[in-house]
Design a protein around this ligand. Structure first.
Ligand code: PDD
Length: 285
């Protein structure tokens, strides 16, 4: 079955789906995106993802390309046309097509919208979760506005590749103070020896992950101890457990950091419990 993409008002087979060479997304990475989990054919936390999309667009002064209810129809229709039961839906909005010029086009053009959807292999994700994964640490060399979910992801691409080159699956960025900010495409968490779940506050240095936000609700509701504060690489090495969160991985245990085993080198009890609990606290649409 050929995959179908939504591109500026049309549903097209991928081989025919393309954007203009002067799209500002292509030329300047002048655009934003969202990734939502699809589970049982439904979107997970669409409302929060759309709220973050609006925020990212506002920060970059890109207009919302269509009202949110219309965008919701496109997201669901793309999932349906690709027959995605469990997987992801990807939405990208750029400032649109204009002659190459750094300043915003005047008059303002219309934003470009692309939506794709794909299946994820449920069984292999569960296998990874039961094995746990390795991460490496790398210096955080990104710009300060990582709170915007921009498609400008080159440092993240290079960090992720550095991880893969070392047989790891994720790279954790580390700031000038030796504190972990977040993963190349996920938020970072540890569980301390005395059972506190620790993650960096979302005020500075990280993307406010939707999975992170929902998991904070889950942690409170499940009566776990929580500390929203930065943590150092040394603390991560000494942690009892570690894990990452993202729409594509939900809660994924980390069992090695820079080659050192985390705790006993196996997925932790709290990470596993939170992975199981997560969808009880998520919204489905
Ligand atoms: N990545 N931090 C970064 C830098 C991310 O790219 C992501 C998501 C997250 C987690 O956010 P959320 O829980 O809302 O998915 C944190 C997506 C999945 C991606 O780029 O594919």
């Amino acid at each position: 079955m050929s995959r179908i993409a939504y591109v500026n008002g049309r549903y097209l087979p991928h081989r025919a789906a393309s954007v203009h060479i002067e799209d500002r997304g292509y030329q300047f990475a002048d655009g934003v995106y969202e990734v939502c989990e699809v589970r049982g054919g439904r979107l997970v936390d669409e409302r929060r993802h759309m709220a973050r999309l609006q925020r990212s667009l506002t920060e970059l002064r890109i207009p919302l390309p269509m009202p949110l209810p219309a965008l919701s129809v496109v997201l669901h229709e793309t999932v349906r046309r690709n027959r995605v039961g469990n997987g992801l839906v990807y939405l990208q909005v750029t400032r649109g097509v204009a002659r190459r010029d750094f300043a915003f086009p005047s008059p303002e053009g219309s934003p470009s919208v692309v939506v794709t959807a794909r299946r994820l292999d449920f069984a292999s994700n569960e296998k990874r979760a039961s094995d746990g994964m390795s991460v490496i640490t790398v210096p955080d060399n990104r710009w300060e506005r990582v709170d915007i979910k921009s498609v400008s992801l080159l440092p993240n691409v290079l960090a992720k590749q550095a991880a893969y080159d070392k047989g790891a699956r994720e790279a954790w960025f580390v700031d000038h103070d030796g504190q972990v900010t977040e993963g190349a495409s996920s938020n970072a968490w540890i569980v301390t020896a005395d059972g506190k779940v620790v993650t960096r506050p979302a005020e500075r240095g990280i993307l406010r992950g939707i999975t992170r936000t929902v998991l904070l609700d889950a942690i409170k509701a499940e009566g776990l101890k929580l500390e929203e504060r930065p943590f150092t690489v040394a603390e991560a090495y000494a942690a009892k457990e570690a894990f990452v969160t993202s729409a594509s991985q939900i809660v994924m245990p980390v069992v090695r950091i820079d080659g050192r085993p985390v705790g006993e080198g196996r997925p932790g009890r709290i990470a596993a419990a939170l992975r199981t609990a997560f969808h009880r606290y998520a919204e489905f649409s």
